[in-house]
Design a protein around this ligand. Structure first.
Ligand code: NAI
Length: 332
């Protein structure tokens, strides 16, 4: 058994955390040999609720779970953190403009970036789930200059999982038969779910998904819109946003970051752009990546047709606008 690592979950009294914490304590993310100390951050009015979550964590009776600290102090939460799930964010309230939402959240992620910079391990892996996730991750990294910017990522894995499941459904195969679907760009309705490079393992052999489906209108129309609007569809039905599937995706993202991707397989993560595929630098953009030794590499050289290029352009423009709005808020 290794020494326990400190794992932070913010928004720990919320609904995504409620599903995520079990996965962490059960060893599904950091593995069955890695004990963990949980650092649970939320805001002062939620401390009573958080007490109940801590009681339930105790009652799981899981041996990998060691010390649990519920707190409303970022300094205490981020001390010696090896991994952080930044789930907590200000929810969109009725009548709230996108700008107001961005403004409230950018401030939260500035504070948490500063706390990570001061108190966390320099190799901490940070996954931002709270929306607007890409821009929150960018801000967080900006305020933690002593931690490499490659250590800050935003979650688009839920979109990837949704896309994979939708393609498998259309092809009538088990979900794990479909690989390498890509989410490009922002975790928002401008994202580009791209099945162009995806493959499907059929009894007759592995085939490109576009050839197996043989319906580009569906791939560029219904499929794309269904994935872009899936979050809204879940809210409309459940009256609450995706939580079980979001928590599972957060676990998938961190597990692959921690343990690596399988040969020939890639996953989508929002990472600070290095200019690949002509995307402007210094925005957090979702790319296909491979991961080895806890380090990701953006998959290079994938062909993009004019349709794909136009979609990348739209989502990258939105991210540049969000960055400008965030900078504006922080300079005031
Ligand atoms: P929730 O409202 O159930 O929980 C959020 C929690 O964050 C609350 O307990 C709240 O008190 C806490 N919080 C607020 N400000 C905080 C701060 N400064 N520090 C620590 N905690 C703070 O929300 P839920 O459903 O758990 O969703 C969390 C976030 O994840 C939302 O922003 C949501 O939009 C986002 N999300 C992102 C997805 C993605 O794919 N990237 C998918 C689904 C949700």
């Amino acid at each position: 058994m290794s020494e326990p690592i400190n794992v932070v979950v913010t928004g720990a009294a919320g609904q995504i955390a409620y599903s995520l914490l079990y996965q962490l304590a059960a060893g599904s993310v950091f593995g069955p040999e890695q004990p963990i100390n949980l650092r649970l951050l939320d805001i002062p009015p939620m401390m009573e609720v958080l007490k109940g979550v801590v009681m339930e964590l105790e009652d799981l009776a899981l041996p990998l779970l060691r010390d649990v600290l519920p707190t409303d102090e970022p300094a205490a939460a981020f001390k010696d953190a090896a991994a952080a799930f930044l789930v907590g964010a200000m929810p969109r309230k009725q009548g709230m403009e996108r700008k107001d939402l961005l403004s409230a959240n950018v401030k939260i992620f500035k504070v948490q970036g500063e706390a990570l910079d001061k108190y966390a391990r320099k190799d901490v892996k940070v996954l931002v789930v709270g929306n607007p996730a890409n821009t929150n991750a960018l801000i967080c990294s900006h305020y933690a200059p002593s931690i490499p910017k490659e250590n800050f990522t935003a979650m688009t894995r839920l979109d990837q999982n949704r896309a994979q499941a939708a393609l498998a459904g259309r092809l009538g195969v088990q979900v794990d038969k479909v690989e390498n679907v890509i989410i490009w760009g922002n975790h928002s309705s401008t994202q580009y779910p791209d099945a162009g490079q995806a493959t499907v393992a059929l009894p007759s052999g592995t085939k490109p998904v576009p050839a197996a489906i043989n319906d580009d209108d569906w791939l560029n129309g219904t499929f794309l819109e269904t994935i872009q609007k899936r979050g809204a569809a879940v809210i409309a039905a459940r009256k609450m946003s995706s939580a079980m599937s979001a928590a599972k995706a957060a676990g998938d993202h961190m597990r692959d970051w921690w343990t690596g991707t399988k040969p020939g397989q890639w996953v989508s993560m929002g990472v600070v752009s290095d200019g690949s595929y002509g995307i402007p630098k210094d925005i957090v953009f979702s790319f296909p990546v491979t991961i080895e030794n806890k380090t990701f590499k953006i998959v290079q050289g994938l062909p993009l047709n004019d349709f794909a290029k136009s979609k990348l352009d739209v989502t990258s423009k939105e991210l540049q606008e969000e960055r400008a709005e965030a900078t504006d808020v922080l300079q005031k």
